[in-house]
Design a binder for this molecule. Structure first.
Ligand SMILES: [Zn+2]
Length: 243
């Protein structure tokens, strides 16, 4: 689950219709089929999770641009959780190239808070992501102590907190509600983070531009040639792949 704060809603339906995703044409050799399938899955997951909010409206790209000042509250009965959550944040931050400084919960520099959800509130984990001009300024992750899958819950919300404000239900990702047995970050999750923080993408990028650039980056990381990526990552093929 994710709650949005100060979300820019400048992205329009027109941007969606213009083709904010890339897709695939049948130009690669048969031996490239696994790579092409990986590209479809990863590019689709990126578009769904990074260029939308709450499984619905298209959204501009957001990400951290400066250091994370992380505060994690201990949760009663879950003493191992705080260090595990910190390790998760650090593992994604390392991929993103973002510095993490652990601070106390009362530190005025705190911009990434992990705490227990209100026991009297809704029975769910959630992340609130605040951004300005595409730069994440503050994040608050609330963990529902009674969750039967608290670690999965925490890692799911930490992914949201890095700028993935929606989900990728069809992918092998912690951001999919269907991957109920996945508690940690998958290879695809790490690829998504590396893509979002690639310097060729920019904070505040519009969905169409972000999608095309991300597809090229993913194709390159998967080992497809620049020529293949240039052909594969075009809006025209989108419909052919059913995206
Ligand atoms: Zn979620």
């Amino acid at each position: 689950m994710i709650a949005m704060g100060m979300v820019r809603r400048a992205a329009t339906r027109a941007a969606l219709a213009a083709g904010f995703m890339c897709a695939i044409v049948n130009v690669a050799a048969a031996s490239d089929t696994p790579l092409r399938a990986s590209l479809i899955e990863a590019a689709r997951a990126f578009d769904e999770a990074a260029l939308h909010v709450n499984d619905s409206q298209p959204a501009d790209l957001v990400r951290w641009a400066g250091p994370i000042f992380l505060a994690v509250s201990d949760i009663e009965g879950l003493q191992d959780l705080a260090p595990e959550v910190e390790a998760s944040v650090r593992s994604l931050a390392e991929i993103a190239g973002i510095t993490v400084v652990r601070v106390g919960t009362d530190d005025p520099r705190r911009n990434f808070l992990v705490r227990e959800a209100d026991p009297a509130g809704r029975a769910a984990c959630r992340a609130s992501v605040y951004s300005q001009a595409g730069r994440i300024t503050r994040v608050e992750v609330e963990l529902w102590r009674a969750s039967r899958a608290i670690r999965r819950c925490a890692n799911h919300e930490v992914m949201h907190a890095f700028g993935f404000r929606s989900h990728a239900h069809g992918a092998a990702s912690i951001l999919s509600y269907r991957q109920r047995h996945q508690a940690g970050f998958s290879e695809l999750d790490r690829l998504l983070v590396a893509t979002l923080y690639d310097p060729r993408l920019q904070a505040g990028m519009k969905p169409a531009a972000g999608s095309a650039a991300a597809c090229g980056i993913i194709a390159e990381r998967l080992g497809l040639t620049a020529q293949a990526a240039g052909t594969l990552c075009t809006g025209e093929m989108f419909a052919a792949a059913g995206r």
